[in-house]
Design a protein around this ligand. Sequence first.
Ligand SMILES: [Zn+2]
Length: 124
Amino acid sequence: MSQTAPAISPLSAGLRCKCPSCGKGPLFIHALNMRERCSACGLDYKFVDTGDGPAIFAIFILGFLSMGVAMIAEFKFGVPWWVHVIILALVMPLIAVLLLRFLKATLIALQFKNKAEEGRLLRD
Ligand SMILES: [Zn+2]
């Protein structure tokens, strides 16, 4: 990774799902598919390696959120069963995709900012 230091914050790039270098080009095609390179500055996204990080964070956050919402809906408001179905089967997947986009873009921006990459032995 030989790109220059980013001028924008990783949180800003993550929230807007934009390029971690210029903050202008979109990171994703459709929902979660990565582009090959930035359409604005040409940054090659081959360095991106977030692994399972965004999914793990999303699982913990969504698990806590969905159980909290379900328990509050049941015990505080006593909603009927079909409201639980709407919340858990329709709303939570939408929140999951939005959360995954934000988390993946933020982790990519943090990886870019901190120049995190696989360790290698120095030769030459
Ligand atoms: Zn860019």
